[in-house]
Ligand binder design. Structure first.
Ligand code: 6OD
Length: 469
């Protein structure tokens, strides 16, 4: 049974709920579900620890981040196993991306925080400078698609900025958070600095509404993001949201075709398309459209299917495959459930799918699907491509494939998205701003932007005596 981690101690309380392995559909663990009393206990523990943690010099908190990174390295295999059990991710991806990025998050934010300068302004005998202080207790609501990566992406900057944290992982993926709780205890992190509670959205709601929580960071769907915003509106709590996407890819005829096809395979199908940055709308310049579609379809058939996180999510993705057919799409690859003839047939797999022929106004092309699926459409001119890419209520990420440097800069600067990748995808410098426009979120995290969110400035202004000299 996975227990909550509160005030540095395991806490068994609340009803138990099951977690399923997406590869087989079988129950792999039982987990304590937080009730109002547990949420209250976790927030109180975080608040009790807040003053001493905030009072530590930033260099000491940065030292704790490095110790956490070492603790993660020591428990690398346990984290890989927990993440794979909950998500069904491939071993290779988990070993090379999910867990290493968690380590990098702790190390990167230790460096960034330690180097951060304060602002100071001097003008006509008036000196103004700012000091930043932490917000207090931060609620971190973590999604199921990149559970460890995104938990550390929130924890590291929140902690190093001097906050204490209550984390609620997704009900689907509590395993790596439970290992992190053991790591916090093993490295001797002061009790209450990190608290981890488990449960469904109802527990998340209790957490964000708790009057002892000062700010909320959330990654997940736009619907849940706006529900959180309403829930915390009365107390005007700061929120940082990374929400849905309907990301566009633009492929120009001057691109390196092999690179663009392989890049698109990655950007559409990595993690079974369950990454908020995945490409779901692809626009290809007409002279290479047929060739590109043929190549992409062949490659999609070669991609190993990955499971969706739950039976419910698999059914949602399949409902979009059915919708595409009913809206008159041509399926170029996939569109169903793979048959393996083994234990995976009871899991939550869907086929990597490539679709064409739908209008920009179809639901398929407007709504986030969050599966291994990509619609491909032709375009003629650069201006048209930009309009197509920007024609969405979302604005998280875009990819651009071109061999023309001028075009790369020109187009990238006109795309209305928080992140634009040119001839690559998911390449991230952790110091850069990360987040989306419109329905894709509010605020930016990453580097200094994270430290800005997790702290607030006080401006101190001093009138200096005029010198007679
Ligand atoms: O790579 C990252 O740092 C990051 N924040 C990825 C987010 C992916 C969302 O699904």
């Amino acid at each position: 049974m996975l227990t909550h981690f509160i005030g540095g101690e395991p806490v068994v309380a609340g009803k138990a709920f099951p977690v399923h392995n997406p590869v087989t559909g079988t129950v792999i663990r039982q987990v304590c579900e937080a009730d109002p009393e547990i949420v209250d206990r976790a927030v109180r523990a975080a608040r009790e620890a807040a003053r001493d943690w905030a009072a530590l010099p930033v260099a000491e908190r940065a030292g704790w981040m490095r110790r956490l990174a070492e603790g993660v390295e020591d428990r690398f295999d346990a984290l890989v196993a927990a993440e794979i059990a909950d998500t069904g991710k491939p071993l290779d991806q988990t070993r090379t991306l999910d867990i290493p990025r968690g380590i990098a998050n702790f190390r990167a934010f230790a460096e960034i925080a330690a180097q951060r300068p304060d602002d100071a302004f001097h003008l006509s005998g008036v000196l103004s400078y700012t000091v930043r202080r932490p917000l207090g207790v931060v609620a971190a609501i973590v999604p199921w698609n990149l559970p460890f990566l995104l938990m550390t992406w929130k924890l590291a900057p929140a902690l190093v900025a001097g906050n204490t944290v209550v984390v609620k992982p997704s009900e689907h993926t509590p395993g790596s958070a439970a290992v992190l709780a053991e790591i916090c205890a093993a490295v001797g992190l002061p009790p209450g600095v990190v608290n981890i509670i488990y449960g469904y959205g109802s527990a998340g709601r209790l957490l964000v509404e708790h009057p002892g929580v000062d700010a909320v960071t959330f990654t997940g769907s736009t619907g849940t993001g706006s529900a959180i915003m309403r829930a915390v509106a009365d107390r005007v709590k700061p929120v940082s949201f990374e929400l849905g996407g309907k990301n566009a890819g633009l492929v120009f005829e001057d691109c390196d075709l092999d690179r663009a096809v392989e890049g698109t395979v990655k950007s559409a199908f990595t993690n079974g398309g369950q990454v908020c940055l995945c490409t779901e709308r692809l626009y290809v310049q007409r002279p290479i459209f047929e060739d590109f579609c043929d190549r992409l379809a062949v490659r999609a058939l070669e991609v190993a299917p990955q499971p969706m996180i739950s039976a419910g999510h698999r059914d949602k993705v399949l409902s979009y495959y059915a919708l595409a057919r009913s809206e008159g799409a041509k399926m170029l690859a996939g569109g169903g459930i793979p048959i393996f003839g083994d234990h995976r047939d009871s899991g939550y797999f869907v086929e990597p799918t490539v679709v064409t022929g739908l209008s920009e106004w179809s639901r398929f092309n407007r709504e986030e699907i969050f599966g291994p699926v990509c619609h491909v459409a032709p375009f003629d001119t650069e201006a048209e491509a930009i309009d197509l890419a920007n024609g969405s209520e979302y604005g998280l990420a875009a990819t651009l494939w071109t061999g023309n440097l001028d075009r790369a800069h020109r187009v990238a600067q006109q795309l209305e998205a928080g992140l634009v990748w040119v001839n690559t995808w998911f390449l991230r410098d952790l110091r850069t701003p990360f987040g989306g426009m419109r329905l894709s979120g509010i605020g930016r995290e990453g580097g200094m932007q994270s430290l800005d969110f997790y702290s607030e400035p006080t401006t101190i202004t001093i009138k200096l005596e005029q010198s007679d000299a």
